[in-house]
Ligand binder design. Sequence first.
Ligand SMILES: C[S@@+](CC[C@H](N)C(=O)[O-])C[C@H]1O[C@@H](n2cnc3c(N)ncnc32)[C@H](O)[C@@H]1O
Length: 234
Amino acid sequence: MQNGATNFGHSAFPVFDEKIAAKMPTYRHMTKEDRRHVYLPSDDTFLLLDAIHSDFKYTFTLDIRRIVEVGTGSGVVATSLAILFPDADVTAVDINPFALDFARRTAKENNTTVSVISSDLLANIPGPIDMLVFNPPYVPDPFDLSQELTEDNALDFALVGGPQGRSVIDRFIPEAAQALSEHGTLYLIAIEANGVDELCHMMEGHGFDAVVMVRREFDVETLVIIRAVLKPAE
Ligand SMILES: C[S@@+](CC[C@H](N)C(=O)[O-])C[C@H]1O[C@@H](n2cnc3c(N)ncnc32)[C@H](O)[C@@H]1O
C-alpha cells in the first residue's frame, strides 16, 4: 500500500484513525545550512497542520484524489497530507530549488510519496485539484519580488509578500479558483495585516465561499486560516 498507512481513503466503510490524524512528519534532517535557504516549520506551519487535521474527520470521507501544496518549503505539510490521504496524488510546488530538494528528502524520510515540482504558484500544475494548501509569504515589506531568487534571498521570498503582504496571495486566488475541482477545498494562511475581511471579499469575487476557520494571536502577528470552497455554479 502506498505510503505505508492504513488504506481508508476510498474504502466502502472509511474508519477514522486518530493515530494517523495526529502523526507529525519528521524534519530532523534539516541542518543549519538548510535553514539558511529553506523555511523552518514555524507557528504558521503547525497552525495549518492542526486545521487540516481537525477537518480530517470530514475530508477523509470525501473522494480526494489530487492534493497540491503551493510553497511547500520543508515539505512537512505535503508529507503530512500524503500520510493522511494515502490514496491521493500529492504534489508539492515551490519556486525555491533548495526547498524542492529538501521537500523531496522530507517525503523520503517519512516513507511517503510526494511529487515535487518547480512552479511559480500553479503555472506548471494543471487542474482539477481537490485540495489546495498554501502558507504564502504574507509579511508586508517593500522587498522587490521581481528580482531573481538566490541562495541569499530565498528566505525573503518565503516571508515577504510585498506591500500589505498581498502580492503573492492576490496572484494566487484567481489561479486557485480556476484549478480547484467542483467540490475542492482551499486552506490558506494570512495575517490580520493582510486585511482579512477584504481578502475574503476578494475571494468571494472569484467564486469562493471563504470563512476564517482559525484565528490565533501570536506575539508578533495574528494568524488566520481561511477555508474556501467554490460556490456552486448558478
Ligand atoms: C511561509 S513559507 C511556507 C513553507 C511551508 N509550506 C510551511 O508551511 O512551513 C512560503 C513558501 O512559499 C514559497 N513561495 C513563495 N513564492 C512562491 C511562488 N510564487 N510560487 C511557489 N512558491 C512560492 C517560498 O519559497 C516558501 O517556501
